[in-house]
Design a protein around this ligand. Structure first.
Ligand SMILES: [Zn+2]
Ligand SMILES: [Zn+2]
Length: 147
């Protein structure tokens, strides 16, 4: 995990009037290493020494400060990942059967042409400064093998 990630996290928390405690740092570390959005149970499994209530509260504080983003899924609870300012813009591959989620980068030229088309579409509805979130839904390799 690069120092930049922690610097940005610390700055955002400070702007929100919060401290970058060791527990918050450890959560940012976990999310940065994971390579895909994590569920609360995933996080608790990797951080057994932390209490569920304080993990939940710290994630909410990190989300409020713009360090962490909650990813909406079809599952009962959302998943957590670092905000794009910390990780870079990316998309998610989602398995329609088991819910597995993975980060995926789209080539720059595809992103550029996506942005152009989406800007045009949103512009017609009067929207400016448009960004996008785009999930790719399919069957993961494991599920495809047993389909
Ligand atoms: Zn699957
Ligand atoms: Zn994109």
């Amino acid at each position: 995990v690069t120092a930049t990630v922690h610097d940005t996290a610390e700055r955002r928390l400070r702007d929100a009037g919060q401290r970058y405690t060791s527990q918050r740092r450890s959560l940012v570390d976990l999310l940065a290493r994971s390579g895909h959005p994590l569920t609360l149970p995933d996080i608790l499994r990797s951080r057994r020494q932390l209490k569920q209530s304080s993990v939940y509260r710290n994630l909410a504080d990190l989300e409020h400060a713009g360090v962490v983003r909650r990813v909406m899924t079809d599952e009962e609870h959302g998943r957590y990942e670092l905000a794009e300012e910390l990780t870079g813009h990316h998309h998610h591959l989602v398995c329609a059967r088991c819910g597995t989620m993975r980060d995926v980068d789209v080539p720059d030229d595809v992103e550029r042409s996506l942005d152009r088309s989406l800007d045009r579409i949103a512009g017609r509805a009067g929207f400016a400064s448009v960004s996008h979130r785009l999930d790719l839904i399919g069957l993961c390799a494991d599920c495809a093998a047993t389909a």
